[in-house]
Design a protein around this ligand. Sequence first.
Ligand SMILES: CCCC/C=C\CC(=O)SCCNC(=O)CCNC(=O)[C@H](O)C(C)(C)COP(=O)(O)OP(=O)(O)OC[C@H]1O[C@@H](n2cnc3c(N)ncnc32)[C@H](O)[C@@H]1OP(=O)(O)O
Length: 295
Amino acid sequence: MKGGVPPSDTFLFELQLRHAHLLLGRFELVCGCCAPVEKFHYRLHFVHSVAVMRLQNPPVNSLNLDFLTEFCITVEKLEMDKSCRGLILTSNQPKVFSAGLDIMEMYEKSPESCGEFWKAVQEMWLKLYGSNMVTIAAINGSSPAGGCLMSITCDYRIMADNPRYSIGLNETQLGIVAPFWFMDTMMNTVGHRTSEIALQLGLLYSPSEALKIGLVDQLVPEDQILTTATQTMTKWLAIPDHARQITKSMMRKPTIDKLMSNREVDIQHFVNFITKDSIQKSLGMYLAMLKKRKS
Ligand SMILES: CCCC/C=C\CC(=O)SCCNC(=O)CCNC(=O)[C@H](O)C(C)(C)COP(=O)(O)OP(=O)(O)OC[C@H]1O[C@@H](n2cnc3c(N)ncnc32)[C@H](O)[C@@H]1OP(=O)(O)O
């Protein structure tokens, strides 16, 4: 598979079986000639050494424990599959890439549940930020908070040029504080000064604003997002894997090590913070605002 040789139908078929089996039927692997099946948390399309994962957790791809667990298992399997060199993340939901962490996982939950949830959020970030694969986010909808985090853990971001979409770390608007590793990832993407403003104000940027500050790398019309992501992937895959992977790892290692050596403390900190009455009140008000906005 290395070097971009198109796989045969048989190869694709075998992959389909292998991954469907490995993933216990919760995912779909589409080979281009196969019809999609019923809704799972996401669909996985695997062609030419590249997996395309379409997030599918209706209605807004919020990141709950179940979803994050499946996501991490899949990324781990892909990571171990030497024939898979690239991963494109996109959404199968209209208008939303991901609404971020599922607020219901943090609202009126026991400290134990909050801790388990946070460990899964950490795991998602560690798996993606430390991935050996080329990772591209094809952001075909809004991507606030945890959705933005998922995007900025990727190597490259292409966003649909639709002014109704937004992206950013808006945690302070919910009355919560993004942890240090969210901040670090943002600083590694757009720099310290822009991150200070973005994070303190909890700014959500339109695609053109996001492009201007370097939060995304490219804007394209929505119907071209996957073809652009695939073309970009081809360029990245033309670089010898070992050289690109070592470079990526050297640049990201200090940020990853910082969380790795503080995981338990970070979980404790999150649990203590999120279970405070005042924070629970803020989350409750934010949830009510979301529902009210809808009606
Ligand atoms: C120390 C703590 C650190 C924590 C770090 C990170 C925190 C996070 O990631 S918190 C999540 C922050 N996310 C947001 O602020 C986004 C909120 N959602 C939206 O702005 C909109 O839903 C969105 C623009 C994504 C999509 O808009 P619409 O297409 O118009 O959908 P609706 O707003 O009608 O939403 C449908 C449905 O989903 C519920 N919803 C939305 N987002 C979330 C979420 N993040 N978690 C849980 N539930 C969410 C929304 O309330 C609606 O519910 P129903 O009314 O029951 O249908």
